[in-house]
Design a protein around this ligand. Structure first.
Ligand code: DX5
Ligand code: ZN
Length: 215
């Protein structure tokens, strides 16, 4: 399977959201990456359900929703109703991670688990068989446009080995600081999904940039 590209809406122009959604629809992008931040789990607040529902009205590709919030179980049903196809919770935010994963799957969504840069890949050993996606944070979550953390390559390789060991089909997604200089190396290391915010939306020609990331 060729790798997937998920432009991050966090870097879109919120005053022109419909235009930016249509740009993604008309590009080679595979998913919409949607960052939900609560100002508690991360030191930033992004947007909530009214904005997500507006995106849902225009998006013609799957919504990949990344929850950077505490107590994500509380909102899983609401995210399903708002159109989430993939729902990712943070390892560090879930006391009962296995229950959270089951809950997401029971609601009919694909379940993802995100790990912060300081969280070891091996901590996913007991759930890797149960999840559809592993989101490797390659920056500290909370903001777009940050510098890529180089240790990510090692983590991808460790996760690829764990997947093999446990016969897991989980996609490895890289989130943060993905650009035109590192995307090939990330794919070669074993990444399956690349999230890109700043690289896409700050470029002169976002459609061409997506096409390049996809190539
Ligand atoms: C960071 C978010 C990312 C962010 C990526 O907390 O999870 O999805 O939008 O943005 P870039 O690609 O600009 O680093
Ligand atoms: Zn994200």
């Amino acid at each position: 399977m060729s790798h997937l590209i998920a432009p991050s809406i966090l870097s879109a122009d919120f005053a022109n959201l419909q235009r930016d959604c249509e740009m993604i629809n008309n590009s080679k992008a595979d998913w919409f990456h949607i960052d939900i931040m609560d100002g508690v789990f991360v030191p930033n607040i992004s947007f909530g359900f009214p904005v997500l529902k507006a995106i849902q009205r225009h998006a013609k590709k799957p919504l990949d929703v990344h929850l950077m919030i505490v107590d994500p179980d509380r909102y899983a049903q609401a995210f399903k109703d708002a159109g989430a196809e993939v729902l990712t919770v943070h390892y560090e935010a879930c006391t009962h991670l296995h229950r959270s994963i089951q809950n997401i799957k029971n609601l009919g969504m694909k379940a993802g688990v995100a790990i912060n840069p300081h969280t070891s890949a091996h901590l996913l050993e007991d759930v890797i068989k149960d999840i559809d996606l592993i989101c490797v944070m390659s920056v500290n979550p909370g903001f777009g446009g940050q510098k890529f953390i180089e240790n990510t390559y090692t983590k991808i390789k460790q996760l690829a080995e764990l997947k093999k060991k446990y016969n897991s089909n989980a996609l490895i997604e890289i989130d943060g600081g993905v650009d035109l200089n590192n995307y090939k190396k990330l794919i070669d290391a074993g990444a399956n999904v690349l999230v890109a915010g700043n690289t896409v939306f700050a470029s002169k020609d976002p459609v061409a940039t997506i096409q390049q990331l996809k190539s």
